[in-house]
Every structure is written in structure tokens, then in C-alpha cells.
Design a protein around this ligand. Structure first.
Ligand code: SF4
Length: 451
């Protein structure tokens, strides 16, 4: 979501004459630094304060530098950020992307006026800065508006992110997102379709629809505009020129049969089901406030696999949630053995202040969390490899991305199942769909050849 937001902000800034520096550029080459932040983990916030400290020196050396902050941390902290880092020029709320370009222009003008005042009298300058509104906190209160019609400077040239909704209503016990990003708000279907069409007309071949919980899409829309996520997918699937359609993230409790059917029957909708289970024991799922039981999840997996037997199933898992016992953990391992995910993204529970779980007094010691994570990863890696080994000899439809990082003659792309495939390059072009015959399996990828 932050990448999608960044692309919108880069687009708006490009429209007023800014361009993105390459990643290799040093911070002191920039005229503006905009921190797009995340606050899901407290350590991410600490890193941002570290960065702000670093940039203070840059600001001292170059008073023309504009330093701003946006993203979840800006939304959450608001005014407090200016107090802690007075060298910041602005704090921009996550719902205020449309105000970025006018704000930057206002800052530029104010800066020119300020320079006219001379730089000797620090007190007069500080006063002028306030009067000239050089330092701003732009609406970090929760607002329900979604800015449409923003310019977008997409990164890459094949895959486009298209947000379909913002916020989350689920309040999982460990997660700060609903407090920061607010309640679920869906974009109008016509705005989503227009953005998909524009991306595809601009040469993008793959679109990923984004939301904290895409299965809830449309529920908040007025009746006349209401559309289910399944219909949204099926309609988007018809976009001329689109080769691949993906989505993330699906909350298991809201995954309907209609969505499963839309994916299984869609022409370009990839049969990759990412269903974050988070844990494999009912006791912990309840404590996490996830809203489903292991039995309901099993049943969901059964329906998914029946509808799309060649699809892939991936998940997210958290170990070390407060109160997790050895018995819970063994239940989790048994659950993983039973479900057999293609891939799992595994995390150690990290205490996030402002969430109910952070207040729970039965926190798990760090060394136990690490031991459990390693055990879980070991098991999952073995399962991933076994599943991939069964694919040796099969043909996988792969969308060509380009040369791999390590060897330019070996090219990379993704199968419909989202598995990474590598093969020796022949005449394939980026964006093309090719069939790759799998010859070798690894835990995280498949190697093959073009037959
Ligand atoms: S569904 Fe749960 S984990 Fe996901 S964003 Fe919402 S509250 Fe956070």
C-alpha cells in the first residue's frame, strides 16, 4: 500500500517539476526528502526517528531542502513529530495525498519570501516560518475521503498496483492498522476500472488489486454503486490487453464462494490464494481476534482446492503471540503439516504499543520466539520443497520479467501460482507469456527451460 501511495505522490510531484532520484543517489543530492513510513512494527518507527536525526544535518547544510513525512507513522503521530523533529517542514496524513503538490508549492514560495528576509535573526526567521506556514501538519485526523484523479508515476513497467479500498474494520489484537488507517472505505468500481484501463493502456500487463481486506470490498458503498469483490474481479478480468490479475490481501473469514469461483473461472485471474491464517490453534486465534476457527479455515481450504486444484496456497504466520504455550505451538506445527502451504511468510510477534496484545501480561520470552520461528521455518521449507519437487516435468505459464540479478543470461518471471521461475534466456521479451518446463525445484523457486 505504501508503494502504491508513493507512486501517486511521485506522480503528483512530477507534475510540478520534481523527479525521483535513483536509489543509488546520496540524500544530499535531493531538493526534497519525503519519508513514506510504516508503523506496523515499533522498530520501523525507531528507524524513522534515526533517519530524521541524520537529515537534520542535511537541513543545516542546505536550508532549501524540503523535508516531509507521510505514511502511517505521520498519520499516527501528527503534531508530535514536529515537536520531536522541529526541522521537519511538513507532516502529511495518509488521506491527504492530493494536498502534497499544493503544499510543496506553498513551501517553495514561502522559502523564497523567507530568504528575502535574510538569515541573521534566528528568532525573526522562526516567527516568519510560522507566519509563512513553512511548517505544517496536514490533517492527520481520520477522514473518509479518497483522493481520485491523482497523477501516478508507477515503478517498473509490467506490474501495476491498484488500491481498491483503504482501512480495515477487523481489529486483530496485534495490529495497529485499523487505528491508523481508519475504517474500511472502498473506491467506486468505475474509478478502479478506469485506473486498470489506464495502466494496461500504458503498457502494464499485470495488475494487483490492493486492500487490507479485499473481500470486504464494496460493503460500504451506496446501494446504487455497490459491487462485490467477486464481481469486481470478473469485470476487471475483461480489461482488453490485461494478461494477469492478482489481489491482496484476503481475510479468510470473508472469503466467499463467489470469490473462489471468480478466481477459478477467470481467464487472467491467477489461481494464487494467499489466505493469512496467522496461527493454527483455536485458543490463539481467539486471542488474536481473527474471527474464524481452525475448522472453518480447513473447510475454506477444502473449497479452494476443490475449485482450483492446480492453484497455490500461501499464508502468513505469527509465532510468539502472548500466551502461546508449547502445546499451542505443537498444534500449529501439526496444522501446517496438514494444510501443506506452498509458501508461508513467517513472523515473530512484535509488541506494538496501542494494540490490545501489547497490554497482555503473558508475553513470550524472545529466545522461545526465535526457537519456535526456526522450527516453523524448517518445517515449512521442507513442505515447500516437496510441493515444488512435484512440479518437476510440468509446464508453467510464466510472465517474463527480465534478467535475474545474479546472471543476465538466466531470466526470471512468475507462474500463475506466483512461484518464481528461472530459465536460460532465448528470445523471450518482458511482458510475454511463455511456457516453462520445470526441470529442478528449490524451496523458493523453480528452474526450467523453454521446450
Ligand atoms: S485484517 Fe487484522 S492484521 Fe489485517 S490489517 Fe486488519 S487488523 Fe491488521
Amino acid at each position: 500500500m505504501n508503494v502504491a501511495d508513493s507512486e501517486r505522490m511521485a506522480g503528483e510531484l512530477a507534475a510540478i517539476g520534481y523527479e525521483r532520484l535513483p536509489e543509488s543517489a546520496a540524500p544530499d543530492e535531493a531538493d526534497m526528502i519525503l519519508l513514506v513510513t510504516c508503523c506496523v512494527r515499533e522498530t520501523a518507527e525507531d528507524k524513522i526517528y534515526g533517519k530524521l536525526g541524520e537529515y537534520k544535518r542535511l537541513k543545516e547544510n542546505n536550508p532549501r531542502l524540503i523535508l516531509g513525512i507521510t505514511g502511517c507513522m505521520a498519520q499516527k503521530e501528527g503534531e508530535a513529530l514536529i515537536k520531536r523533529a522541529p526541522h521537519l517542514d511538513f507532516v502529511l496524513g495518509t488521506n491527504k495525498l492530493a494536498e502534497l503538490a499544493p503544499l510543496v508549492q506553498e513551501l517553495e514560495e514561502a522559502r523564497t519570501v523567507r530568504e528575502g528576509l535574510g538569515g541573521e535573526d534566528k528568532e525573526a526567521l522562526a516567527e516568519a516560518k510560522k507566519v509563512l506556514r513553512c511548517q505544517r501538519v496536514v490533517d492527520t485526523a481520520e477522514k473518509n475521503d479518497i483522493a481520485e484523479g491523482l497523477a501516478i508515476a508507477r515503478q517498473g513497467s509490467l506490474s501495476a498496483w491498484v488500491p481498491i479500498m483503504y482501512g480495515c474494520d477487523n481489529f486483530c489484537a496485534y495490529c495497529i492498522v485499523p487505528y491508523v488507517r481508519g475504517r474500511e472505505r472502498s473506491r467506486k468500481p468505475e474509478d478502479v476500472f478506469r485506473e486498470i484501463r489506464e495502466a494496461v493502456d500504458g503498457g502494464f500487463r499485470e495488475v494487483t488489486l490492493l486492500g487490507q481486506n479485499v473481500n470486504s470490498f464494496g460493503k460500504d458503498l451506496p446501494e446504487a454503486e455497490r459491487m462485490t469483490f467477486a464481481r469486481l474481479l470478473s469485470e476487471a478480468d475483461k480489461t482488453p490487453g490485461l494478461l494477469r490479475l492478482r489481489y491482496m490481501t484476503s481475510h479468510p473469514k470473508d472469503m466467499s464462494d463467489e470469490v473462489i469461483r471468480a478466481v477459478a473461472e477467470g481467464e487472467h485471474i491467477c489461481e494464487h490464494f494467499h489466505l493469512p491464517v496467522q496461527y493454527g490453534s483455536d485458543r490463539i486465534l481467539r486471542a488474536m481476534n481473527r474471527g474464524y476457527t481452525t475448522e472453518a479455515y480447513r473447510e475454506l481450504v477444502r473449497r479452494v482446492r476443490e475449485a482450483a486444484p492446480f492453484g497455490s496456497l500461501t499464508t502468513d504466520l505469527i509465532v510468539g503471540f502472548p500466551g502461546e504455550t508449547e502445546e499451542d505451538f505443537l498444534e500449529l506445527l501439526a496444522f501446517i503439516k496438514e494444510i501443506r502451504y506452498d509458501q508461508a511468510y513467517t513472523f515473530i510477534y512484535s509488541r506494538r504499543s496501542g494494540t490490545p496484545a501489547a497490554e497482555m501480561d503473558n508475553q513470550v520470552p524472545e529466545e522461545i520466539k526465535h526457537r519456535r520461528l526456526n522450527q516453523l521455518m524448517e518445517l515449512q521449507n521442507r513442505i515447500s520443497l516437496e510441493i515444488n519437487e512435484r512440479l518437476v516435468g510440468t509446464l508453467q505459464e510464466v510472465m517474463v520479467e527480465g534478467p535475474s540479478v545474479k546472471n543476465p543470461s538466466v531470466w526470471t518471471g512468475r507462474a500463475r501460482t506466483n512461484k518464481i521461475c528461472l530459465w536460460t534466456h532465448g528470445t523471450e521479451r518482458p511482458g510475454q507469456l511463455v511456457n516453462v518446463k520445470v526441470t529442478q525445484a528449490q524451496t523458493w523457486l523453480l528452474r526450467g527451460e523453454i521446450p
